[in-house]
Ligand binder design. Structure first.
Ligand SMILES: Nc1nc2c(c(=O)[nH]1)N[C@H]1C(S)=C(S)[C@@H](COP(=O)(O)OP(=O)(O)OC[C@H]3O[C@@H](n4cnc5c(=O)[nH]c(N)nc54)[C@H](O)[C@@H]3O)O[C@H]1N2
Ligand SMILES: Nc1nc2c(c(=O)[nH]1)N[C@H]1C(S)=C(S)[C@@H](COP(=O)(O)OP(=O)(O)OC[C@H]3O[C@@H](n4cnc5c(=O)[nH]c(N)nc54)[C@H](O)[C@@H]3O)O[C@H]1N2
Ligand code: SF4
Ligand SMILES: [Mo]
Length: 795
């Protein structure tokens, strides 16, 4: 069986694709120029000034761009944002809006032929709209009728577990708290979130080993580390202000070890546009060592490093933190014994690195007394991710690199409030103590069985077990794996409700009845209940603070997320139940009072969030080297070696972000650091893999994935680009490649889709309209079509 979907492609002329040089430094003057250009285009000069000066300031609003933390208030610049933060703001604060006429003119069938790039560029959604059963268009509906429609439908379900309440991680703590409270008062823990596709492997591995599923460092630790390891992360694009922190660390003498199949620009040099060195292009050198690892080689790498550290300890001593291992951990001996049998041939095969390279990297750890280990999607989105992260924890524990200054575990989160949403109870497997507190404070009886995560929600929709899907932000059908399966699952829903700022594919691939409810964005003033409301968020380092939008809302019709959720709750559960929805809506302080009682670590929440810079949530391993695990100590875990090897003639594909997108939101067509412009359907290959194939650079091919059950999945029309990626390892952009990821291909123990390790083969292009141009001549380039490969960086 072949699963294939004709992807919408018409709005982007991929024949304009240009392939230029890969950049060797990130940011610099071009970043400032792009920030200003995009901001002015979308917002005009007045809104640009109003927003950017308030972005990430103590009295302003939190950047929607990512979860990287802000410096202390006294160390903030007037311009405390990066290029991609400015793009994220411009995307939301755009002056364009989607009118009723737009929906009258464009049927669902028309819209489904559009790319997400085109859909997002239509502007802000400003009116609630409905698609009725059998309807061909969205049409206007009043807010009250929309709420009643949702309430009636939810009350008619045979069981609350037939409803799914998805969250994307931009949602504020107040909205998240109200949402999970509504879902649980209604009667289900079906609260999947984007985290299920993102850092879930981190949360699972850390909860088991250190007792809390969050990172253990502060920004100050990054600044004062002796060694910073950056694994599977592209900070120059996805967390650009991390480069400022790395620059400070380098000035303080830190070394950086970067591990990535691709030589991402932001790993090598930072041209800080706020310093003369940066503007002049001298910049700050970052990575002292770069390991161009094979996709999925990280578990083997950390086993190799651990083995070298154990050897060195035996030989010379002083490498391990014996006192810490003795007093604060369990399982060391069994783990160390297992590593005695390490097979170096296996490590070399898995990593594509030589034993000498692994030893050299291990020496950097030996030489450091304070190591911070950062990681992101290149580590979390594999079948063996939980095991890999446990091995990273093992290596940190053996040197006592947790709960001491300049050291710790630093999973770098994605969405700006994804960590806060979890803290607030957006979690299908929330622990019993949270439910107990919820029950006691609100006088409700929350269900105790775990709910559905993202992948299981798709299965439930596919199998007709779930009938209502509500998305609080996000773009579920496009972000989820196995696009063909997910789209058809969503179309089987009886009702879909999307609370969204911008149009996207999840509105077009919807249920029998579908609602779009447009909320205020974070950059906008919120006057719900006639008073100035503020919300709160938590960053990747557990700092919580308030956020207030400076802008006049895109339209007076918009309602806040809290308002929408409380209104749906009332329409579903009535107004005389135990939860005071209308007081929550009238004053979010009331929600924060509930948070301060129910959510661990949040006592006096409403007062603390207004301190300059907010407050930091407790983290026992970081604060006192105590570990709330089952044995009461940090746990060394024996992780069986596993390596993803593709069969002969196949490639391992990773799916990643370009520099000009936020997840499924495509800002533009320029992946500047990788030298790509005016197109997105490219596949990056090692030059030898191109030579050994029947194709040449610039040719159009289909990507075909192969899954264990014999099914195949096809995504058409990708241009071959020669690139510095290890042999056998391909890369292409998400979400165009999501049709290739089988729903059942998930990480063990976290159920995260394997977005970074998919076995594919290349085939001749079969998409009709592009096939005729399927040769290298169609690729334009200002400098000729350059391959940009430095063989010495490759395995
Ligand atoms: N501008 C912008 N910012 C964003 C986002 C965005 O889309 N745009 N998304 C946000 C979100 S939700 C998230 S989760 C983060 C994502 O931030 P990242 O994790 O940086 O995102 P990806 O683009 O998926 O990049 C994964 C990196 O891992 C590398 N990699 C792939 N496979 C492997 C492997 O097997 N081993 C190793 N060691 N490396 C590997 C890739 O080459 C790539 O550099 O960014 C957040 N910030
Ligand atoms: N192949 C592949 N798939 C992946 C990944 C990958 O690396 N590869 N990464 C995964 C990861 S890490 C993540 S986090 C998920 C992302 O999954 P999601 O979070 O579901 O997707 P986004 O693209 O971030 O959602 C964008 C939409 O959110 C809405 N939106 C934006 N701002 C707001 C707001 O303030 N309020 C509301 N209510 N709506 C808003 C807009 O309508 C916009 O279209 O994708 C995952 N999917
Ligand atoms: S690093 Fe992230 S949070 Fe900070 S300004 Fe850039 S995009 Fe926004
Ligand atoms: Mo993410």
């Amino acid at each position: 069986m072949v699963l294939r979907r004709k992807a919408p492609m018409a709005d982007i002329d991929e024949n304009n694709l240009k392939v230029g040089h890969r950049k060797k430094a990130a940011a610099g003057v071009p970043a400032v120029a792009v920030s200003m250009k995009r901001s002015l285009e979308q917002m005009g000069p007045y809104r640009t000034a109003r927003t950017l000066l308030k972005l990430n300031q103590a009295d302003g609003f939190d950047c929607q761009g990512c979860a990287w933390p802000d410096p202390d208030p006294e160390h903030r610049h007037a311009a405390e944002f990066c290029e991609n933060g400015a793009k994220a703001v411009a995307e939301e604060a755009t002056k364009r809006t989607v009118s009723h006429e737009f929906f009258a003119e464009n049927s669902l069938a028309d819209l489904s032929g559009r790319t997400d790039y085109w859909l997002g560029h239509q502007g802000r959604l400003v009116h609630p709209v409905v698609k009725r059963s059998g309807g061909t268009h969205y049409e206007p509906i009043s807010w009250e009728d929309a709420f009643a429609l949702v309430g009636d439908k939810l009350r008619s379900l045979a069981s609350p577990d037939e409803a799914i309440f998805y969250t994307s991680g931009k949602v504020s703590n107040e909205a998240a708290y109200v949402y999970q409270l509504f879902s649980r008062t209604y009667g289900t823990n079906n609260l999947p979130d984007c985290s299920n596709m993102c850092h879930e492997s981190t949360s699972v591995a850390l909860a088991e080993t250190i007792g809390i599923g969050k990172g253990s460092v502060s920004l100050d630790d990054v600044h004062h580390a002796e060694l910073i390891i950056i694994s599977g992360q592209n900070p120059g694009t996805n967390h650009p202000r991390m480069l400022s922190a790395l620059e400070i660390a380098k000035q303080n003498g830190a070394k950086i070890l970067a591990i990535n199949p691709l030589p991402e620009a932001g790993l090598f040099r930072f041209d800080n546009p706020q310093t003369p060195r940066g503007v002049s292009g001298i910049g700050t050198g970052l990575a002292d060592m770069f390991l161009p690892i094979r996709i999925n080689g990280d578990l083997a790498l950390w086993q190799g490093v651990a083995a070298v550290l154990l050897e060195a300890e035996e030989r010379q001593g002083g490498v391990l933190d014996r006192d810490f291992i003795e007093s604060s951990t369990v399982g060391f001996d069994a783990w160390a014994a297992e590593l005695k049998n390490l097979d170096w041939t296996e490590v070399e095969r898995a990593t594509g690195l030589t034993q000498a390279q692994v030893r050299e990297a291990a020496q950097m750890l030996i030489d450091s007394d304070a190591t911070v280990h950062c990681w992101a999607m290149g580590i979390t989105q594999h079948r063996n991710s939980v095991g890999t992260i446990k091995e990273i924890v093992n290596v940190s524990l053996m040197q006592g690199n947790i709960g001491k200054p300049g050291a710790g575990l630093c999973p770098v989160r994605g969405h700006s409030n994804v960590q806060g949403d979890r803290t607030m109870g957006i979690w299908e497997k929330v622990p019993d103590h949270f439910l107990d507190a919820l029950a006691a404070h609100h006088g409700i009886d929350p269900p105790r069985e775990h709910g559905l995560d993202t992948v299981d929600s798709i299965r439930a929709l596919r199998d007709g077990k779930a009938k209502v899907f509500m998305g609080l932000g996000g773009n579920f059908v496009q972000a989820a794996p196995d696009t063909v399966v997910t789209e058809s699952a969503m179309q089987q829903a009886e009702l879909t409700v999307q609370v969204s700022t911008k149009l996207n594919r999840s509105h077009v691939t919807c249920g029998d009845v579908a609602l779009i409810l447009p909320p205020l964005g974070r950059s906008e003033q919120d006057r719900t209940g006639g008073r100035d409301q503020r919300v709160t968020v938590e960053d990747s380092m557990s700092a919580v603070h308030a956020s207030r939008g400076p802008l006049k809302p895109a339209a007076p019709t918009l309602r806040s997320e809290v308002d929408i959720l409380c209104s749906i709750a009332e329409a579903t559960l009535g107004t005389d139940g135990p939860v005071p929805w209308s007081s929550y809506r009238a004053d979010y302080t009331e929600i924060r009072r509930a948070i301060s009682v129910v959510v661990p670590g949040c006592a006096a929440y409403d007062e603390k969030v207004d301190q300059p810079g907010g407050f930091v949530l407790p983290h026992p391993p970081r604060d006192t080297r105590t570990f709330p695990t089952e044995p009461g100590k940090a746990v060394f875990s024996v992780v069986p070696m596993s390596v993803l090897q593709q069969p002969e003639g196949r490639l391992l594909l990773q799916t990643m972000r370009s520099h000009d997108q936020f997840n499924t939101t495509i800002y533009g067509l320029s992946d500047r650091y990788r030298g790509i412009s005016d197109g997105r359907r490219v596949v990056f290959l090692h030059p030898d893999d191109i030579t050994e194939s029947p194709w040449q650079e610039g040719d159009l091919v289909d990507l075909v994935s192969e899954w264990e059950d014999g099914t195949e999945r096809r995504a058409s029309s990708f241009r071959i680009v020669s690139y510095a990626t290890p042999k056998g390892c391909a890369a292409a952009y998400y979400p165009e490649t999501n049709p290739l990821i089988p729903l059942d291909s998930t990480a063990e123990a976290s159920n995260t889709p394997t977005s970074k390790g998919i076995v594919i083969r290349l085939e001749p292009n079969t998409a009709g309209h592009d096939a005729s141009e399927g040769n290298g001549d169609a690729v334009g380039s200002d400098e000729g079509h350059k391959s940009d490969v430095e063989p010495e960086q490759l395995s």
